[in-house]
Design a protein around this ligand. Structure first.
Ligand code: CTP
Ligand code: MG
Length: 240
């Protein structure tokens, strides 16, 4: 199965609060963005890469110059779903037919070739597409609505059948673009591609088990964990 890679990288990393957007922080001499792209850039099934960037992004040119492949650059939007939609608009006007599109966060540098293989194999023959995800392991607590006092438990939510959505997520270009356009027209911002497809009611994306190490860097603790994982892989010679 061949695919195009779309990387939303237009966020500012507000929750991490670093001096630059998190995708441009470096681990072992490489930016998170480069780590996130690496497993795809060396994959011969990948027909091309589209990256959504914040307008005027000053960090991208140096990274682009180091990449082994040409990359189509697109200006991102206000929400992640806007950035993905704008990247797909650019792609749709350049390619024929309805290729598979694999969307992967710039802030998930630990994705592996094994996960990509599992996603492609799992989604082959499933026209509604699919995503990597992890079944919930912890007991889930819902808090009482936040007030002035301490945060307390309202109830325990059943975790049976619940998964955490990861990326990459794999869909056909044109149905995904239609779904994201419809969401934007309705003033809704899906937090992943699968949600946009779910809203159309036209299909049920397949859940493919991913790896716990496929962390999205959101906080300083995530960054430290990701650095440890990448250092261990590098030492073992298994980093891409
Ligand atoms: N993203 C994007 N366009 C946006 C917002 C986010 O392309 N308008 C990208 C980010 O660059 C990141 C991915 O979507 O690679 C996942 O988003 P998130 O983890 O929320 O990153 P940020 O929005 O940068 O972080 P924060 O929400 O803490 O500001
Ligand atoms: Mg965000």
């Amino acid at each position: 199965m061949r695919y195009w890679l779309v990387i939303p990288a237009a966020g500012i990393g507000q929750r991490l609060g670093a001096p630059r957007p998190k995708q441009y922080l470096e681990i072992l001499g490489r930016s998170l963005l480069e780590w996130s792209i690496a497993s795809f850039a060396t994959d011969e099934r990948c027909d091309g890469i589209v990256v959504a960037l914040a307008p005027g992004d000053p960090w991208w040119p140096a990274i682009c110059a180091r990449l082994a492949r040409p990359v189509l650059e697109v200006a991102g939007g206000a929400e992640r779903s806007d950035s993905v939609r704008l990247a797909l608009e650019a792609l749709a006007s350049r390619v024929e037919g309805d290729p598979w599109v694999l969307v992967h966060d710039a802030a998930r540098p630990c994705v592996t070739r094994d996960e990509i293989d599992a996603l492609l194999a799992g989604v082959a023959g499933h026209p509604a597409g699919g995503l990597l995800a992890l079944p919930l392991a912890d007991t889930l607590k819902r808090q009482v609505e936040a007030g002035a006092g301490p945060v307390v438990v309202a109830l325990t939510e059943p975790r049976q059948g619940l998964w955490r959505a990861l990326t990459p997520q794999l869909f056909r270009l044109r149905p995904l673009l239609d779904a994201l356009r419809a969401a934007a027209r309705a003033g809704r911002a899906p937090t992943d591609e699968a949600q946009a497809i779910e809203w159309t009611g036209l299909g049920q994306p397949r859940l493919i088990p991913g790896a716990a190490a496929n962390i999205k860097v959101t906080t300083t603790a995530d960054l430290a964990l990701v650095a440890t994982i990448l250092a261990a892989r590098s030492a073992a010679g298994t980093a891409t």
